[in-house]
Ligand binder design. Structure first.
Ligand code: SF4
Ligand code: SF4
Length: 395
């Protein structure tokens, strides 16, 4: 099959943070030492080659791009200091921006000033939307009554719209990626061809074994950590998982809150309590959100520190969007936990309402932009892992 060549591909990927990968002379050391490379896999060398010769379609349809966990082992051994680990991370950013047709991901990855303006304006618009809701005058003192400032219905419907848009952006990106895989890869054609495959096993592997439980990351990537055994709570996989579990837990708590609200309030017409739900359900959601919030705070705090004072190559290669994602997640988690404390006070300060608006605006923003930041790998990696594990049953 003929391949379209993009002579600017390497130059383009460099804008996303790749070091000078043109120094690579294709020796293959990186592939030999990569703890994630198995059997016939040949990354990162093959992906580097695609970039060097301009095979953009090959690069964007490559499942191997997403098998790398950025341990940095390959960069340690590269005789040309071409930083193949950093290149793989930059190529993933490039792929995320190509799967996104809006151009927002590209802006967030490549333009510090415009992305800052964009983030401030977006958060401001979300805050304005909340403040524009019909609300009574605030009491001068007493406990915080945040759902009198902004009706709980407005928060729920805004949250639903944000989740819907996030899902749509993620789905469009995934469909684009699958289309590209199907064009160049026989495995991509397996499903469409109606052949019997191990798709259930491949799906379980992609979503549960690898994404939720981080099996390869935990077992293969950690063994190569500078030869020093770190406590489990400082291992890369746990910091990564803690952040992911925290984010997913908060997402689940928010969705449960809305779900219970719809059932109990909208369907039965029963009266509602603090967050719009019967007390027992409200406390269930409250506990789930608090636990998830602590996981999120722990993961993001340590990751921010490690990016500030890197102790391995995994953390020394930071794109602006990596910082943006971590800070947004940290701010959402911190303001949420702080708000919980304020809401328990019998006499809360009036600026507590500002904390509430800030928390909702940042949480909505990070959810909306999740597929367009580094968090995009949570959408694309499972797809790559699924196709990677997919095979015909008779094989
Ligand atoms: S990136 Fe470095 S180690 Fe890998 S093939 Fe190129 S020169 Fe060799
Ligand atoms: S960063 Fe680690 S997982 Fe990624 S290609 Fe290099 S050695 Fe392999």
């Amino acid at each position: 099959m003929s391949q379209r060549v993009n002579p600017e591909l390497l130059t383009e990927i460099k804008k996303y943070g790749a070091a000078d990968i043109s120094a690579c002379f294709n020796c293959g050391n990186c592939t030999a030492v990569c703890p994630m490379t198995k059997e016939d896999e040949t990354f990162p060398r093959r992906i580097i080659r695609y970039a060097q010769v301009g095979l953009e379609d090959r690069l964007l349809s490559s499942k191997e791009l997403w098998l790398c966990y950025n341990c940095g082992e390959c960069s340690e051994t590269c005789p040309r200091q071409a930083e193949p680990g950093a290149f793989m991370a930059a190529a993933r950013r490039y792929a995320i921006s190509k799967y996104d047709r809006s151009g927002v991901a590209k802006l967030l990855f490549t333009s510090p000033l415009w992305s800052l303006i964009f983030l401030v304006v977006l958060a401001g618009l979300i805050a304005l939307f909340m403040l524009a809701q019909p609300n009574p005058p605030l009491p001068p003192s007493g406990p915080l009554k945040v759902f009198e400032l902004v009706p709980v219905e407005s928060i729920h419907y805004l949250g639903s719209a944000v989740m819907g848009i996030m899902g749509l952006i993620g789905l469009l990106g995934i469909l684009d990626m699958m289309k590209r895989i199907s064009k160049v890869d026989d495995k991509g054609k397996l499903l469409a061809g109606g052949k019997k495959t191990n798709w259930k096993e491949a799906l379980w592997n992609a979503l549960i074994t690898e994404s939720l439980l981080q099996k390869r990351f935990r077992e293969d990537c950690e063994t190569s950590e500078e030869g020093v055994e770190k406590p489990w709570y400082l291992k890369k996989w746990f910091l990564h998982a803690s952040t992911m579990w925290g984010f997913l837990g908060l997402l689940a708590a928010t969705m449960s809150d809305f779900f219970f609200y719809l059932i109990k309030y909208k369907v039965s017409g029963e009266p509602v309590t603090p967050a719009g739900n019967p007390a027992v359900l409200w406390y269930f959601v409250h506990v789930m959100a608090t636990i998830a919030g602590f996981f999120l705070m722990y993961g993001t705090s340590v990751l921010l520190y490690k990016r500030w004072k890197p102790d391995s190559r995994t953390y020394s290669d930071s794109n602006q969007a990596d910082w943006v994602l971590l800070w947004l997640l940290w701010l959402a988690g911190f303001s949420g936990l702080f708000l919980e404390v304020l809401m328990d006070l019998p006499q809360a300060p009036v600026w507590g309402y500002g904390v509430f608006i800030f928390h909702v605006a940042v949480s909505m923003e990070v959810s909306l932009l999740a597929p367009l930041l580094k968090f995009g790998h949570a959408f694309y990696r499972p797809v790559a892992l699924f196709f990677h594990a997919l095979k015909p049953l008779e094989e």
